[in-house]
Design a protein around this ligand. Structure first.
Ligand code: GMT
Length: 375
């Protein structure tokens, strides 16, 4: 098959999923064409079957605001027509699904039969998509897609109810390469971050307000008097300065370390004992899955698709949003009970491997492509 993929190319789970999917499809012998505004950061080296098409932006002085959606449509048109794509698979509805719809309509005149698949990832449905200026567009683009997938059952239900849509949405969970994300040790970093044998908590995100990173910091405040811990915070974003201020206010500057954006996530997870995900909204929680695959149990909030990923009292614990004291209690419970910890750690790895391994999920996408092409 010849497959076009449009996604956000830099940081963020939807771009990671889209790029890893493209790599796997290419390895299966399909031809993959990425169409975006920048080179996807997970394409770390040259892949024979992968091509990249950058969206060209016009900077005509009259256009005070960027016309990215239209420029994207133009690039889609070009790639669909000249590369003879079978499928255009867009990740994150806004604006990708709308741009793709226009491209498909324009190409109808040249009797192109491109199939359009939209994968819904999260805030495209639960947050920004609900803004009055976007809602009708999101609803329309979902209804007009030839196929739609959602990364959790929760997100599927939210889409159907929030947008009053009657459509078959295929739930295909996010996936992970469990040969890359696997348990291991990283004593060098562990000794550096926790020189006195403290336990290491970790959180990684794009530091948006929905991630509630400040709750992870407050958990440290409650845990550290019972179990000595360090918290490493990986990633960057709008809420980081506020989190740094809170860390100073709570007198935790020695216990909470902001590492910023990092590559080498597996090494950092291998130096960690427990992952905190206190999000306000989370349709799946790919970073929690990465931790689980490394045998790191997760303490999370009970939102969105997280209960489909994390098994309460088996692979981790789930608490109400904002219930910092309960999250702290669960953290202490796991860190103080070595036997239980080992069981949870093994369960996390097993669940990641058995249910969310790429070997299980990628064939679901391929099957779905075939089904949509066959329609
Ligand atoms: O929807 C977003 O906030 C952005 C998106 C991203 O690009 O990071 O995250 C969503 O997609 C991920 C991959 O499918 C999911 O693992 C995240 O849970 C989801 N984020 C939210 O729902 C907040």
């Amino acid at each position: 098959m010849k497959i076009g993929i449009t996604c956000y190319p830099t940081y963020g789970g939807s771009g990671v999923v889209a790029t890893e999917l493209g790599k796997e499809l290419a390895m299966l012998g399909h031809q993959v064409h990425f169409i975006s505004y920048a080179f996807p950061h997970r394409l770390t080296h040259f892949y024979e079957n992968i091509f990249y098409h950058e969206v060209e932006m016009s900077n005509y002085p009259l256009f005070e605001h960027s016309l990215y959606s239209l420029a994207l449509t133009s690039k889609m048109l070009e790639v669909i027509e000249y590369e003879k794509l079978d499928i255009l698979h867009v990740h994150y509805a806004i604006p990708h699904a709308i741009s793709a719809y226009f491209a498909k309509q324009i190409l109808k005149k040249s009797s192109s039969d491109i199939k359009l698949i939209t994968t819904l990832h999260g805030t495209d449905i639960t947050l920004v998509g609900l803004e009055p200026s976007f809602l009708p567009l999101v609803k329309f683009s979902i209804e007009e897609s030839d196929g739609v997938t959602a990364v959790s059952r929760y997100l599927k239900e939210k889409t159907l109810t929030n947008y009053d849509i009657c459509k078959d949405i295929n739930v295909i969970y996010n996936f992970i390469d469990t040969d890359l994300f696997k348990p291991g040790t990283n004593e060098t970093f562990r000794n550096h971050i926790a020189p006195n044998g403290e336990r290491v908590l970790v959180h990684t995100s794009n530091f948006r307000v929905v991630k509630r990173v400040s709750d992870a910091i407050r958990v440290v405040k409650e845990v550290k008097d019972v179990v000595p811990v360090k918290l490493i915070l990986i990633g960057d974003g709008p809420d980081r300065s506020e989190c740094e201020r809170l860390t100073r206010e709570l007198d935790l500057t020695n216990d909470v370390k902001f590492l910023g954006k990092q590559d080498g996530l597996t090494e950092l997870l291998n130096a960690s004992d427990l992952f905190l995900m206190p999000s306000q909204s989370e349709s799946f929680g790919l970073s929690a899955l990465e931790a689980m695959a490394c045998g790191v149990p997760v303490v999370s909030s009970s939102v969105g698709g997280l209960p489909e990923l994390i098994r309460h009292n088996e692979t981790g614990y789930i608490a109400e949003i904002g219930d910092v004291s309960r999250m702290a209690k669960y953290t202490i419970d796991l860190l103080m009970n070595e036997r239980k910890y080992k069981v949870f750690s093994a369960n996390s790895r097993t669940r990641a491997h058995k249910k969310f391994n790429k070997e299980i999920i990628i064939p679901k996408y391929v099957k779905y492509y075939e089904e949509i092409i066959g329609k």
